[in-house]
Design a protein around this ligand. Structure first.
Ligand SMILES: [Zn+2]
Length: 139
């Protein structure tokens, strides 16, 4: 991949094809002043097709949220035109106000000021559960 165009910034690589826009929205990249490029349907030996996001500035990314959306995304930190760091993502143990509980009887539905908190629980497969009513989160 060509990262020559970036001197200092972040490249999100190995995004599942078609998901670039969702990540752009979730991370609120439209609020940045710097150049942001979404490159869609890049050919990838590993994935067939993938999306890439280039951010032309070193910003504080919410890696927890990224890890929740897709832990297979690679976060490349570019400094002085060189790749200086590759960060792997991990699903966060806890999510605060990222997803909402869908249980109509949950306190977070009734109490609008309550934080929406989910914890990752290990079972047959990892599931995020509301800490108030234990409802499992599903997409
Ligand atoms: Zn709940």
């Amino acid at each position: 991949m060509n990262i020559d165009s970036i001197q200092n910034g972040i490249v999100l690589d190995h995004i599942a094809a078609g998901r670039g826009m969702q990540i752009y929205d979730t991370l609120r990249l439209q609020e940045l002043d710097c150049t942001v490029a979404i490159i869609k349907n890049v050919k990838s030996a590993k994935m067939g097709r993938k999306d890439i996001i280039k951010i032309d500035e070193t910003i504080d990314l919410d890696l927890d949220v990224l890890g929740f959306i897709d832990r297979d995304i690679t976060v490349n930190i570019i400094c002085g035109g060189k790749l200086t760091e590759k960060r792997r993502l991990h699903p966060p143990a806890q999510l605060v106000n990222v997803i909402r509980c869908k249980n109509p009887r949950c306190i977070t539905t009734v109490e609008h000021s309550a934080d929406h908190i989910f914890r990752l629980t290990q079972g047959e497969r990892p599931v995020y559960r509301c800490i108030y009513c234990e409802s499992a989160y599903s997409n």
